[in-house]
Design a binder for this molecule. Structure first.
Ligand SMILES: Cc1cc2nc3c(=O)[nH]c(=O)nc-3n(C[C@H](O)[C@H](O)[C@H](O)COP(=O)(O)O)c2cc1C
Length: 537
């Protein structure tokens, strides 16, 4: 293959190491922001990736590799295109090539994991099992080097003797790889064992391709300055950090690390922006909390189920204000939202707003259907508006609250104001309408927090009316509304755009042949055998 212009160079670089569950898009972008030169994705298994379809997500501005069950296995974006290294788990040269060709135009390099010592990886012949099958290593790497235009690398562990390690490294070098990452432990050694800097150094001296030193997080690399010391101690070209970066990715900052609180906030911002799956977000935040994971904050984080709830734990509700997780469950649009009476002025409810909006749009009156489950006698409502159904995934204590939650989902999905305090007044529910609505809403108000006496109620109404904006202000919301609608339309039924920036390679899986409903992004970890960091400890 001819070498592409601007190929990634592995000399004098600091990298975020591949880490299952940790190395998803928010962490990678954060590491880049803080100063990492390269970022590896979590290891993705070739069989799963080979089934994926490449989808241009023009709402999030990402490229998504979506599995047949609609899970997003790998999400990337322009910002990291020249810095992200795609790591795969493989034991098959042809399948490795298929996957490499599927992603090559969206990543900077392709890496093969040859270091995972766990049985579920090794029994499939992947990970550290490859270390004892140099013929297979050679076949995989040579096939990749010949078949893709991007640099190919691999990540190995050291072997029982230095002679064996050097022999293997030289054989790998001959395949034409652009770099070799060396984790300075044998496959039998655990992460708490000391790293063998001398072994990495011997490999670095024996080959002429760049060697990336790895394994120093626990006792050698505590700060940014230590990165250089680790590089010098190993004689390597570059350094790759896993745990030190997982605990605090600002270790890449040359100006010094930031507080965990600061880093967590930055992380959450990216997690929300890129719709990271909440369980993955939580996992990464828990790693950053480290020994504080049992603190009151850690416990609240543990209890959070949605991105909005995670934001709430950290007092960052505003991050989630317009990005609630909208998902299709069959033909029902769902979000995990609750109706919180305190967020609305007295007498104003989402149901009122939805009713008024439906009238204005000349639609039939919203129809609510409520079910109660035996488990905890919780209620869940589905509202139908214009033949479309909306429901909150959260169960409520009363029918009234469940209906309000369903109305909130519908209004948010449609980008229609819902009447919350502080929201620009839509003018949807005015004084006259309010008087009309009282009868419509009488049932829902039953059991609601004590009503204001008449005098204060009318004062509230006046306050509400006085906030009615001039027409232009209402129009000013169009941008947000259209953004929300665009999001909505995307998720409801996405027309896959073709061609993508890169044309599908002959032989790669058929793409764009169907319409998908994208759910939340599910981290690959959901189906990955490595579901715990202990896999590597
Ligand atoms: C949570 C976690 C997940 C990991 N996942 C991967 C992986 O997907 N691929 C891989 O090659 N190594 C993986 N590793 C190993 C690291 O990349 C690295 O080799 C090891 O942690 C030693 O580096 P350190 O001392 O900087 O932590 C993982 C390690 C951790 C802690």
């Amino acid at each position: 293959m001819t070498q592409a212009v601007g190929r990634l160079c592995f000399c004098n670089k600091t990298a975020l190491a591949p880490m299952v569950r940790v190395g998803t898009l928010p962490m990678r972008l954060l590491a880049l922001d803080y100063g990492a030169d390269l970022v590896y994705c979590e290891e993705l298994i070739d069989i799963k990736m080979a089934q994926c379809t490449r989808v241009l997500n023009d709402v999030l501005e990402t490229v998504d590799f979506v599995a047949p069950d609609d899970r997003v296995m790998f999400r990337t974006c322009q910002r990291e295109k020249d810095r992200v290294v795609f790591q795969m788990g493989t034991a098959d040269p042809q399948r490795a090539l298929t996957v490499a060709q599927l992603v090559e135009n969206d990543v900077a390099a392709i890496d093969v994991n040859m270091g995972c010592p766990k049985e579920y990886s090794t029994k499939g012949g992947m990970g550290a099992a490859l270390l004892s099958d140099p013929d297979k290593i050679e076949a995989i790497l040579s096939t990749l080097v010949k078949g893709v235009s991007k640099p190919v690398t691999c990540k190995i562990r050291i072997l029982p003797s230095m002679e064996q390690t050097v022999d293997l490294a030289r054989r790998i070098e001959r395949t034409g790889v652009a770099a070799i990452a060396v984790h300075g432990r044998t496959k039998e050694e655990r992460p708490q064992h000391p790293v063998h800097c001398d072994a990495i150094q011997t490999v670095a001296q024996a080959v002429s391709v760049p060697v990336i030193a790895n394994g120093g997080s626990l006792d050698l690399v505590k700060s940014h300055q230590d990165i250089q010391s680790f590089r010098e101690a190993t004689g390597a070209s570059s350094v790759m950090l896993a745990r030190a970066a997982m605990w605090n990715p600002s270790v890449f900052r040359s100006q010094g690390a930031l507080s965990t609180e600061h880093v967590m906030e930055d992380y959450i911002r990216y997690a929300v922006r890129y719709e990271n799956h909440p369980s993955n977000t939580k996992y990464c935040l828990c790693q950053m909390l480290r020994d504080k994971v049992e603190s009151p904050l850690g416990k609240r984080l543990h209890a959070a189920q949605t991105s909005a709830e995670i934001c709430e734990v950290f007092g960052l509700e505003e991050f989630c204000a317009e990005t609630d997780d909208l998902t299709m469950e069959g033909d029902v649009a769902t979000m995990p939202v609750r109706f919180d009476r305190r967020e609305y002025p007295p007498q104003i409810t989402p149901k009122m707003h939805l009713l008024e909006w439906s009238r204005r749009e000349k639609l039939e009156q919203p129809a609510y259907e409520t079910v109660q489950r035996a488990l905890d006698r919780g209620f869940q409502s589905t509202v139908t508006v214009a033949d479309k159904k909306y429901r909150s995934t959260l169960w409520e204590k009363s029918k009234k609250l469940a209906e309000q939650a369903a109305a909130v989902v519908c209004l948010r999905a449609l980008g229609v104001p819902e009447g919350r305090t502080g929201e620009p007044d839509s003018g949807l529910v005015g004084k006259r309408k309010w008087e009309e609505k009282r009868s419509d809403e009488s049932e829902e108000e039953k059991g609601a927090p004590a009503r204001a006496p008449d005098a204060s109620r009318s004062a509230c109404r006046k306050r509400h009316l006085s906030k009615t904006p001039p027409q232009e202000e209402v129009k000013g919301q169009d941008f947000q509304q259209s953004f929300t609608l665009q999001r909505w339309a995307y998720r409801q039924s996405v027309s896959l755009k073709t061609p993508m920036p890169s044309e599908p390679t002959p032989g790669s899986p058929p793409t764009f042949s169907r319409r998908v409903c994208l759910p939340l992004s599910y981290g690959a970890s959901h189906i990955h055998p490595f579901n715990s960091p202990h896999a590597f400890q």
